[in-house]
Design a protein around this ligand. Structure first.
Ligand code: FES
Length: 283
């Protein structure tokens, strides 16, 4: 499974988990006791004002003035006392509280954001699964490659495929039997595909025609034309792609990168001429 496929599965898993979490929280909120949504301080305040919290509907009480007698000189005032009662209502009557509204709005926003991000990432990754780097690249027929790689003077020039970020280099059956090429999926039709990236710090490694090898201009790592480490700070050989033949066409599976340690014995000689870089590489 390629790194792209793993990333895609991880994104889908995160989006599904986010959706499940949002749904779970929303369900619990809806089923929770409506009393828990009430403001505790307001409720206590109301209860302290009216001990009998559950009373009849508000009803003004008018105190009858006492019967006036001749001896009473002072006038008697009439006092009206209004009792405010708290009446319990059902969740249906109460409707949606402000807190519930904000909670649900937050969940909706979070869900929308997650879906948008997941969809965007999927759209970004999806094309690379079908074409381009990370997919299977058709580099042409073996005959076409052979014509471009082998030169009239006996030298070779690797065929560079920018879409695969790979150099196509020759390899004989004898060289293929070497210990580091035990994985036969690394060669097909007499060719291999080397990743262009230097295994030291990732610079693109150019081909040097005079030395018949790859020489990194960043820190001086050098590799022969089969990608085997020769000199410099690189910790291993150039990485290779899995390849195969389909109906006579050379397919580079750029989703599968194979690493290999420094080769104890080289399959081809290096250098075969002067070097292209002035950096003195140190092993
Ligand atoms: S990146 Fe190539 S030698 Fe450092």
């Amino acid at each position: 499974m390629t790194a792209t496929q793993v990333a895609l599965i991880a994104i889908i898993a995160v989006a599904v988990l986010a959706a499940l979490a949002a749904f779970s929280i929303a369900s619990r909120r809806t089923e929770s006791d409506w009393r828990a949504e009430m403001d505790g301080r307001a409720l206590r305040s109301d209860r302290s004002r009216v001990p009998a919290a559950v009373a009849a509907r508000p009803k003004p009480v008018v105190e009858e003035p006492p019967i006036q007698v001749a001896e009473v000189a002072e006038p008697v005032a009439t006092q009206v006392v209004e009792i405010v009662a708290v009446e319990e209502v059902s969740p249906e009557e109460a409707g949606v509280t402000r807190r519930q509204f904000f909670n649900r709005a937050t969940l909706v926003l979070f869900g929308t954001f997650s879906l948008t991000m997941g969809g965007g990432m999927l759209a970004f990754i999806w094309p690379t699964l079908k074409s381009g780097f990370g997919s299977d690249i058709d580099a042409g027929t073996v005959d076409e490659i052979r014509t471009q790689v082998f030169q009239a003077d006996g030298s070779i020039t690797p065929l560079f495929r920018p879409d695969a970020r790979a150099y196509i280099v020759p390899i004989t059956d004898e060289e293929l039997s070497g210990s580091q090429f035990v994985d036969k999926s690394l060669a097909a039709g007499g060719f291999m595909a080397l990743f262009q990236r230097c295994v030291h710090l990732g610079c693109r490694v150019p081909w040097c025609n005079t030395s018949q090898g790859f020489e990194c201009p960043c820190h001086g790592s050098k590799y022969n034309y089969t990608g085997e480490y020769e000199a410099g700070p690189a910790p291993r050989n150039l990485d290779r792609f899995v390849v195969e033949l389909r109906d006579g066409r050379f397919i580079i599976k750029t989703g599968q990168i194979i690493e290999s340690p420094r080769a104890p014995e080289k399959t081809v000689a290096y250098p075969q001429g002067s070097s292209c870089i002035a950096i003195e590489s140190a092993g």
